[in-house]
Design a protein around this ligand. Sequence first.
Ligand code: SF4
Ligand code: SF4
Ligand code: SF4
Length: 263
Amino acid sequence: MQEINKNRRNAILKTAQGIGIFAFSGLIWGAYVSKAKASSFSLRPPGAKEESEFLKLCIKCGRCVTFCPFDTLKLATPEDDVPTGTPYFTPRKIPCYMCVDVPCVPVCPTNALDEKLLNIVENDKEMMDIRNAKMGVAVVDIESCVAYWGIQCDACYRACPLIDEAIKLEYKQNDRTNKHSYLLPVVDSTKCTGCGLCEHACITKKAAIMVLPRDKALGSVDINYIKGWDKSDEARLNQTDKIAPKNSDDTNSVIDYLNSGDL
Ligand code: SF4
Ligand code: SF4
Ligand code: SF4
Protein backbone atom coordinates (compact mmCIF):
# COMPACT_ATOMS: atom_id res chain seq x y z
CA MET A 1 0.00 0.00 0.00
CA GLN A 2 2.95 2.27 0.80
CA GLU A 3 4.25 1.72 -2.73
CA ILE A 4 0.84 2.60 -4.15
CA ASN A 5 0.72 5.81 -2.13
CA LYS A 6 4.20 6.72 -3.27
CA ASN A 7 3.26 6.11 -6.89
CA ARG A 8 0.12 8.16 -6.44
CA ARG A 9 2.11 11.04 -4.96
CA ASN A 10 4.51 10.93 -7.92
CA ALA A 11 1.56 10.82 -10.27
CA ILE A 12 -0.03 13.85 -8.62
CA LEU A 13 3.26 15.70 -8.87
CA LYS A 14 3.63 14.81 -12.54
CA THR A 15 0.06 15.86 -13.22
CA ALA A 16 0.56 19.19 -11.47
CA GLN A 17 3.64 19.77 -13.61
CA GLY A 18 1.60 19.06 -16.71
CA ILE A 19 -1.29 21.39 -15.87
CA GLY A 20 0.17 24.17 -17.96
CA ILE A 21 -0.37 22.23 -21.19
CA PHE A 22 -3.96 21.02 -20.55
CA ALA A 23 -5.76 23.75 -22.43
CA PHE A 24 -3.45 23.86 -25.44
CA SER A 25 -3.25 20.13 -25.97
CA GLY A 26 -7.04 19.97 -25.55
CA LEU A 27 -7.51 22.19 -28.59
CA ILE A 28 -5.24 20.11 -30.76
CA TRP A 29 -6.74 16.82 -29.64
CA GLY A 30 -10.28 18.17 -29.94
CA ALA A 31 -9.75 18.69 -33.66
CA TYR A 32 -8.15 15.30 -34.03
CA VAL A 33 -10.90 13.43 -32.22
CA SER A 34 -13.61 14.52 -34.60
CA LYS A 35 -11.81 12.48 -37.25
CA ALA A 36 -10.91 9.55 -35.05
CA LYS A 37 -12.86 6.35 -35.31
CA ALA A 38 -15.62 5.59 -32.83
CA SER A 39 -15.04 3.35 -29.86
CA SER A 40 -15.14 -0.35 -30.54
CA PHE A 41 -14.69 -2.76 -27.66
CA SER A 42 -12.46 -0.76 -25.34
CA LEU A 43 -13.69 0.05 -21.86
CA ARG A 44 -13.83 3.52 -20.37
CA PRO A 45 -13.03 4.48 -16.75
CA PRO A 46 -15.77 4.52 -14.11
CA GLY A 47 -18.18 7.44 -14.35
CA ALA A 48 -17.56 7.97 -18.08
CA LYS A 49 -20.43 9.69 -19.80
CA GLU A 50 -22.11 8.12 -22.82
CA GLU A 51 -19.41 7.63 -25.50
CA SER A 52 -20.25 10.49 -27.89
CA GLU A 53 -20.59 12.93 -24.99
CA PHE A 54 -17.41 11.55 -23.42
CA LEU A 55 -15.46 12.17 -26.63
CA LYS A 56 -16.66 15.75 -26.78
CA LEU A 57 -15.60 16.45 -23.20
CA CYS A 58 -12.38 14.50 -22.72
CA ILE A 59 -9.37 16.75 -23.32
CA LYS A 60 -6.86 13.86 -23.01
CA CYS A 61 -5.13 15.42 -20.06
CA GLY A 62 -4.45 11.98 -18.54
CA ARG A 63 -5.32 12.99 -14.98
CA CYS A 64 -7.57 9.95 -14.51
CA VAL A 65 -4.71 7.74 -15.69
CA THR A 66 -2.13 9.22 -13.34
CA PHE A 67 -4.43 9.09 -10.32
CA CYS A 68 -5.26 5.40 -10.80
CA PRO A 69 -3.11 3.59 -8.21
CA PHE A 70 -3.21 0.29 -10.07
CA ASP A 71 -2.08 1.47 -13.52
CA THR A 72 -5.38 0.20 -14.84
CA LEU A 73 -6.04 3.13 -17.14
CA LYS A 74 -4.03 3.89 -20.27
CA LEU A 75 -4.18 6.68 -22.80
CA ALA A 76 -4.88 5.28 -26.25
CA THR A 77 -2.13 5.32 -28.88
CA PRO A 78 -2.79 5.41 -32.63
CA GLU A 79 -2.68 1.57 -32.66
CA ASP A 80 -5.62 1.31 -30.26
CA ASP A 81 -9.24 1.13 -31.36
CA VAL A 82 -10.36 4.28 -29.56
CA PRO A 83 -9.43 7.87 -30.36
CA THR A 84 -5.80 8.54 -29.54
CA GLY A 85 -5.19 10.09 -26.15
CA THR A 86 -8.46 8.96 -24.57
CA PRO A 87 -8.38 6.77 -21.44
CA TYR A 88 -9.39 3.11 -21.57
CA PHE A 89 -8.52 -0.14 -19.89
CA THR A 90 -7.97 -3.78 -20.82
CA PRO A 91 -9.19 -5.97 -17.97
CA ARG A 92 -7.39 -9.11 -19.08
CA LYS A 93 -4.14 -7.18 -18.44
CA ILE A 94 -5.14 -4.93 -15.52
CA PRO A 95 -8.77 -4.77 -14.33
CA CYS A 96 -10.36 -1.94 -12.39
CA TYR A 97 -10.01 -2.72 -8.70
CA MET A 98 -13.11 -0.71 -7.84
CA CYS A 99 -11.38 1.68 -5.41
CA VAL A 100 -13.82 2.82 -2.74
CA ASP A 101 -12.68 6.45 -3.10
CA VAL A 102 -12.67 6.22 -6.94
CA PRO A 103 -9.67 8.59 -7.28
CA CYS A 104 -9.78 8.63 -11.08
CA VAL A 105 -13.16 10.40 -11.30
CA PRO A 106 -13.12 13.66 -9.27
CA VAL A 107 -9.82 14.71 -10.86
CA CYS A 108 -11.39 14.91 -14.32
CA PRO A 109 -11.42 18.65 -15.12
CA THR A 110 -14.20 18.49 -17.72
CA ASN A 111 -16.73 16.10 -16.21
CA ALA A 112 -16.10 13.58 -18.97
CA LEU A 113 -15.92 11.34 -15.93
CA ASP A 114 -18.95 12.39 -13.96
CA GLU A 115 -19.22 11.83 -10.21
CA LYS A 116 -22.98 12.19 -10.45
CA LEU A 117 -23.22 8.95 -12.42
CA LEU A 118 -21.78 7.12 -9.41
CA ASN A 119 -23.46 9.06 -6.63
CA ILE A 120 -25.76 7.68 -3.98
CA VAL A 121 -27.42 9.62 -1.18
CA GLU A 122 -26.54 8.52 2.33
CA ASN A 123 -27.58 10.48 5.43
CA ASP A 124 -28.67 13.35 3.17
CA LYS A 125 -25.17 13.43 1.71
CA GLU A 126 -24.22 12.65 -1.85
CA MET A 127 -21.24 10.36 -2.23
CA MET A 128 -19.70 8.23 -4.93
CA ASP A 129 -20.36 4.52 -4.85
CA ILE A 130 -18.19 2.51 -7.26
CA ARG A 131 -20.92 -0.14 -7.30
CA ASN A 132 -22.87 2.20 -9.57
CA ALA A 133 -20.12 2.12 -12.20
CA LYS A 134 -21.22 0.85 -15.60
CA MET A 135 -17.87 0.41 -17.38
CA GLY A 136 -19.12 -2.63 -19.26
CA VAL A 137 -20.77 -5.95 -18.62
CA ALA A 138 -19.27 -9.43 -18.28
CA VAL A 139 -20.39 -12.01 -20.82
CA VAL A 140 -19.73 -15.75 -20.51
CA ASP A 141 -18.80 -17.79 -23.57
CA ILE A 142 -20.46 -21.04 -22.52
CA GLU A 143 -18.59 -23.02 -25.20
CA SER A 144 -15.18 -22.28 -23.69
CA CYS A 145 -16.11 -21.86 -20.01
CA VAL A 146 -14.99 -25.15 -18.43
CA ALA A 147 -17.68 -24.91 -15.74
CA TYR A 148 -20.18 -25.46 -18.58
CA TRP A 149 -18.25 -28.63 -19.46
CA GLY A 150 -18.82 -29.90 -15.93
CA ILE A 151 -15.28 -29.17 -14.69
CA GLN A 152 -15.15 -27.52 -11.30
CA CYS A 153 -14.00 -23.90 -11.67
CA ASP A 154 -15.26 -20.83 -9.89
CA ALA A 155 -12.29 -18.49 -10.48
CA CYS A 156 -14.41 -15.68 -11.94
CA TYR A 157 -17.05 -16.03 -9.26
CA ARG A 158 -14.47 -15.82 -6.46
CA ALA A 159 -12.74 -12.84 -8.05
CA CYS A 160 -15.89 -10.73 -8.28
CA PRO A 161 -16.07 -7.87 -5.73
CA LEU A 162 -19.86 -8.18 -5.97
CA ILE A 163 -19.94 -11.92 -5.42
CA ASP A 164 -23.47 -13.39 -5.38
CA GLU A 165 -24.80 -10.11 -6.71
CA ALA A 166 -23.13 -9.38 -10.04
CA ILE A 167 -22.18 -13.01 -10.58
CA LYS A 168 -23.83 -16.11 -9.16
CA LEU A 169 -23.27 -19.82 -9.47
CA GLU A 170 -26.30 -21.63 -10.81
CA TYR A 171 -26.72 -25.27 -9.91
CA LYS A 172 -27.71 -27.69 -12.68
CA GLN A 173 -27.82 -31.48 -12.81
CA ASN A 174 -25.21 -33.01 -15.17
CA ASP A 175 -27.32 -35.35 -17.32
CA ARG A 176 -24.19 -36.73 -19.04
CA THR A 177 -22.84 -38.36 -15.86
CA ASN A 178 -26.00 -38.36 -13.77
CA LYS A 179 -23.66 -38.23 -10.76
CA HIS A 180 -22.26 -34.72 -10.88
CA SER A 181 -23.69 -31.26 -11.13
CA TYR A 182 -22.73 -28.14 -12.99
CA LEU A 183 -22.02 -24.93 -11.09
CA LEU A 184 -22.48 -22.33 -13.79
CA PRO A 185 -21.35 -18.70 -13.55
CA VAL A 186 -24.21 -16.39 -14.48
CA VAL A 187 -23.85 -12.60 -14.63
CA ASP A 188 -26.56 -10.17 -13.52
CA SER A 189 -26.16 -7.29 -15.98
CA THR A 190 -28.06 -4.91 -13.69
CA LYS A 191 -25.40 -5.32 -10.97
CA CYS A 192 -22.20 -5.93 -12.96
CA THR A 193 -19.91 -2.88 -13.01
CA GLY A 194 -17.66 -4.15 -15.78
CA CYS A 195 -14.58 -4.03 -13.55
CA GLY A 196 -13.16 -7.09 -15.32
CA LEU A 197 -11.75 -8.85 -12.25
CA CYS A 198 -13.57 -11.96 -13.46
CA GLU A 199 -11.98 -11.74 -16.93
CA HIS A 200 -8.58 -11.20 -15.32
CA ALA A 201 -9.02 -14.31 -13.16
CA CYS A 202 -10.39 -16.63 -15.85
CA ILE A 203 -8.19 -19.73 -16.19
CA THR A 204 -8.73 -20.43 -19.90
CA LYS A 205 -6.12 -19.43 -22.50
CA LYS A 206 -8.35 -16.70 -23.84
CA ALA A 207 -10.82 -15.60 -21.19
CA ALA A 208 -14.16 -17.41 -21.38
CA ILE A 209 -15.72 -14.54 -19.48
CA MET A 210 -15.03 -11.12 -20.92
CA VAL A 211 -16.23 -7.59 -20.35
CA LEU A 212 -17.80 -5.80 -23.28
CA PRO A 213 -19.13 -2.24 -23.53
CA ARG A 214 -22.75 -2.32 -22.43
CA ASP A 215 -24.06 -0.90 -25.69
CA LYS A 216 -22.38 -3.76 -27.57
CA ALA A 217 -23.35 -6.58 -25.22
CA LEU A 218 -26.91 -5.78 -24.17
CA GLY A 219 -30.11 -5.78 -26.16
CA SER A 220 -32.91 -3.31 -25.79
CA VAL A 221 -36.59 -4.29 -25.71
CA ASP A 222 -38.05 -0.80 -26.09
CA ILE A 223 -41.70 -0.70 -25.00
CA ASN A 224 -43.08 -3.17 -27.50
CA TYR A 225 -43.01 -5.67 -24.66
CA ILE A 226 -43.62 -4.94 -20.99
CA LYS A 227 -43.36 -7.39 -18.10
CA GLY A 228 -46.93 -7.06 -16.91
CA TRP A 229 -46.03 -8.92 -13.71
CA ASP A 230 -43.27 -6.45 -12.81
CA LYS A 231 -44.48 -3.06 -11.54
CA SER A 232 -41.09 -1.38 -12.05
CA ASP A 233 -41.03 -2.47 -15.69
CA GLU A 234 -44.42 -0.82 -16.23
CA ALA A 235 -42.70 2.52 -15.63
CA ARG A 236 -41.38 2.19 -19.17
CA LEU A 237 -44.94 2.76 -20.37
CA ASN A 238 -44.35 6.42 -19.59
CA GLN A 239 -42.33 6.45 -22.78
CA THR A 240 -45.39 5.67 -24.91
CA ASP A 241 -45.59 9.23 -26.18
CA LYS A 242 -42.23 8.62 -27.87
CA ILE A 243 -43.64 6.04 -30.30
CA ALA A 244 -46.72 5.95 -32.41
CA PRO A 245 -48.33 2.70 -33.56
CA LYS A 246 -48.35 2.30 -37.31
CA ASN A 247 -52.05 1.56 -37.77
CA SER A 248 -53.72 3.10 -34.78
CA ASP A 249 -54.00 6.39 -32.94
CA ASP A 250 -54.44 4.53 -29.66
CA THR A 251 -50.99 3.64 -28.23
CA ASN A 252 -52.39 2.03 -25.09
CA SER A 253 -54.57 -0.39 -27.01
CA VAL A 254 -51.46 -1.76 -28.73
CA ILE A 255 -49.65 -2.26 -25.43
CA ASP A 256 -52.72 -3.80 -23.79
CA TYR A 257 -52.93 -6.28 -26.65
CA LEU A 258 -49.27 -7.28 -26.22
CA ASN A 259 -49.79 -7.84 -22.50
CA SER A 260 -53.23 -9.40 -22.59
CA GLY A 261 -51.88 -12.94 -22.54
CA ASP A 262 -53.45 -13.67 -25.95
CA LEU A 263 -50.06 -13.96 -27.63
S1 SF4 B 1 -11.65 2.86 -9.60
FE1 SF4 B 1 -10.60 1.56 -11.12
S2 SF4 B 1 -9.90 2.93 -12.74
FE2 SF4 B 1 -10.46 4.21 -10.97
S3 SF4 B 1 -8.56 4.48 -9.82
FE3 SF4 B 1 -9.51 2.66 -8.96
S4 SF4 B 1 -8.67 0.92 -10.13
FE4 SF4 B 1 -8.21 2.80 -11.28
S1 SF4 C 1 -11.40 11.53 -18.88
FE1 SF4 C 1 -11.10 13.50 -17.87
S2 SF4 C 1 -9.27 13.20 -16.63
FE2 SF4 C 1 -9.31 11.53 -18.09
S3 SF4 C 1 -8.09 12.21 -19.84
FE3 SF4 C 1 -10.20 12.78 -20.29
S4 SF4 C 1 -10.45 14.86 -19.51
FE4 SF4 C 1 -8.59 14.02 -18.59
S1 SF4 D 1 -17.06 -7.51 -14.40
FE1 SF4 D 1 -17.00 -9.56 -13.46
S2 SF4 D 1 -15.96 -9.25 -11.50
FE2 SF4 D 1 -16.65 -7.20 -12.18
S3 SF4 D 1 -18.69 -6.92 -11.26
FE3 SF4 D 1 -19.02 -7.83 -13.31
S4 SF4 D 1 -19.12 -10.05 -12.92
FE4 SF4 D 1 -18.17 -9.12 -11.09
